[in-house]
Design a protein around this ligand. Structure first.
Ligand SMILES: C[S@@+](CC[C@H](N)C(=O)[O-])C[C@H]1O[C@@H](n2cnc3c(N)ncnc32)[C@H](O)[C@@H]1O
Length: 291
């Protein structure tokens, strides 16, 4: 390492100090990454052999980490979290390692994880305040020229805060690259495991998270219906299924995680279905091609 001195105008010095404060990085670190970018040191010469993902810096990338099994993380997702300057994980408790962080650590042990608190059960104002905190965390990195990964379970475009985060970031920094890396969803993993169709010619796929929506969707026999957040009683889901004479639903608990099981809805004991469960109702009408 060679030492050198540089003289910065006061205004630049002030801006650098403010960026260091917001990003949590040292001024020296920020100066080094600015120079590295200027002279474009190839990634393999600058550090460990991590194949760079196709994301320039700065960028904020929502990365889908799959339902929990590290084997279901795509290569692009793994490379993105490994190469990111910071990996934000949304958590309800900053003192605990959550599930998305566990998956990140399993596939990229050296990833620079930063937990960001999020009040999932809060009212609209509380959720907006939580979102604003995530925006601040992402911008702190992006403004420092970083590749910021936001690691989420499943897929970033489905049932996550990432679409709202992307909209807020685009409005705050119109030129900033914001995009997602897709991930395997729990319902895809479950359907694959029990070899059932989620989609086919002439059928629709609906994902719902309320019994009322389930009732409405099951009325369409040519729709495959997935229930997320099925934190209700098994008998309540069965009653809706019986009303529409829908048979063959499968409940997947802890899909891709230790203790996982797949049980026909008809065989599930009465009582609460756990939060980490997904129910898949296959479409019942034959698809046109099969008629
Ligand atoms: C916030 S949503 C998940 C969104 C995620 N972005 C996705 O694409 O799957 C949470 C719900 O996903 C389902 N889920 C997530 N992980 C699961 C797993 N490992 N096994 C079964 N269901 C799971 C459950 O229904 C849970 O209530």
């Amino acid at each position: 390492v060679r030492k050198s001195s540089i003289y910065l105008p006061d205004q630049l010095k002030g801006a650098l100090a403010e960026l260091a404060e917001r990003s949590g990085r040292s001024e020296a670190d920020l100066i080094r990454s600015a120079i590295e970018r200027l002279v474009a040191i190839p990634a393999d010469a600058a550090g460990p052999a991590v194949a760079e993902p196709a994301h320039p810096r700065p960028a904020v990338v929502g990365v889908g980490m799959g339902p929990g099994d590290p084997a279901l993380v795509t290569d692009l997702a793994r490379r993105t979290v490994a190469a990111a300057d910071r990996v934000l994980v949304i958590t309800t408790d900053v003192h605990s390692v959550g599930r998305s962080e566990m998956v990140v650590r399993a596939v990229a042990p050296a990833a620079k994880v930063q937990r960001v608190p999020y009040a999932i059960g809060a009212d609209d104002a509380g959720r907006q305040a939580s979102l604003a905190a995530v925006v601040t965390g992402a911008l702190a990195g992006a403004d420092a020229g970083e590749l910021v990964a936001v690691a989420v379970l499943g897929d970033p475009s489905q049932w996550t805060i990432f679409p709202d985060l992307a909209a807020a970031l685009r409005s705050a920094r119109p030129g900033l690259l914001v995009e997602g890396v897709p991930g395997v969803t729990a319902y895809q993993a479950l359907a694959a495991r029990v070899a059932t169709a989620l989609g086919a010619s002439g059928t629709a796929l609906a994902v719902v998270d309320h019994l009322e929506d389930l009732d409405r969707r099951l009325a369409e026999p040519d729709a495959c219906v997935v229930v997320y957040k099925a934190s209700t009683d098994a008998e309540a889901v069965r009653a809706v299924a019986d009303r529409h004479r829908r048979r063959g639903a499968i409940v997947g608990e802890l899909t891709g995680l230790p203790g996982q099981r797949q049980v026909p809805l008809d065989d599930l004991a009465d009582g609460p279905i756990s939060y980490l469960s997904t129910v898949v109702f296959p479409a019942t009408a034959p698809a046109p091609a099969a008629r």
